[in-house]
Ligand binder design. Sequence first.
Ligand SMILES: NC(=O)C1=CN([C@@H]2O[C@H](COP(=O)(O)OP(=O)(O)OC[C@H]3O[C@@H](n4cnc5c(N)ncnc54)[C@H](OP(=O)(O)O)[C@@H]3O)[C@@H](O)[C@H]2O)C=CC1
Ligand SMILES: O=C(O)C1=N[C@H](C(=O)O)C[C@H](O)C1
Length: 268
Amino acid sequence: MRLVVVGAAGRMGRMLIKTVAETEGCRLVGAIEREGSHALGQDAGVLAGLSPLGVSVTADPLPVFAKADGVLDFTSPAASVSFAGLAAQARIVHVIGTTGLQDDDFTRLEAAARHARIIQSGNMSMGVNLLAGLVRKVAATLGEDFDIEILEMHHRMKVDAPSGTALLLGEAAAEGRKISLKEHSVRSRDGHTGARNAGDIGFATLRGGSVVGDHSVIFAGTGERLELSHRAEDRSIFARGAVKAALWGFDKKPGLYTMADVLGLNDL
Ligand SMILES: NC(=O)C1=CN([C@@H]2O[C@H](COP(=O)(O)OP(=O)(O)OC[C@H]3O[C@@H](n4cnc5c(N)ncnc54)[C@H](OP(=O)(O)O)[C@@H]3O)[C@@H](O)[C@H]2O)C=CC1
Ligand SMILES: O=C(O)C1=N[C@H](C(=O)O)C[C@H](O)C1
């Protein structure tokens, strides 16, 4: 499969280049960064700490998308929405790992998915997607007398909060409880907040150092507490998931898919 990495100079971009180069059946045919980036003109392999791959980083996605089968995109919400339009035009698979997407971004992705195969997830790892299934089950089993709190910690450079993974786990908990996350989420607490409302799903965010991604879902009852956690130790877990998603999407119909579709975890 011929793949393009957009946001090629980013933390995930460089890991994706390495993963594509190491994956049998995949070939890197393009690497995109934005206009003005220090990476433009560099060899993508060298950028990722490998031997040269013969692919130069450019700022012009259209000609690159035209000769590709798929694009791996861990950039920013505005960039991902714009790449979705181009990927739909080129009729190629678009794997989106970007987080911080808002409702109107999703509306645009849904429109693009009428023509493109888009696989979007706030976390591309097997562990987190499995955890989401477990959280849904536990939330469905335990009643409202168990309070749900989601705690996440990431590196100091992360720009969005709560993390995409925390929101994905929150959605899983809300689905288990058959409630709307939007109507029951508490994203921050400060000052005299009053007592906790039964049924709320709380989020707490920590930022610091080089933490790749830690998430815990805490079910706090009276006299006992159940915690389900995932620790990402290396960004390769996300990159491997993204490449797997692209390969999975190769022969699928246009639509907006998730990693649960890719990993066959929908029945969990
Ligand atoms: N779903 C998942 O499994 C995971 C998701 N993520 C998400 O992926 C995203 C990126 O994370 P990370 O790699 O750490 O961030 P970085 O900031 O290191 O990388 C993002 C890259 O995208 C580039 N970029 C932004 N806009 C454009 C554009 N219009 N055209 C081309 N390139 C562009 C940035 O360039 P510049 O620096 O010039 O802005 C930067 O090089 C985040 O939203 C993060 O939350 C991260 C890990 C796993
Ligand atoms: O920005 C990151 O680094 C990560 N972002 C994703 C998120 O927002 O959940 C996934 C992972 O935890 C790393």
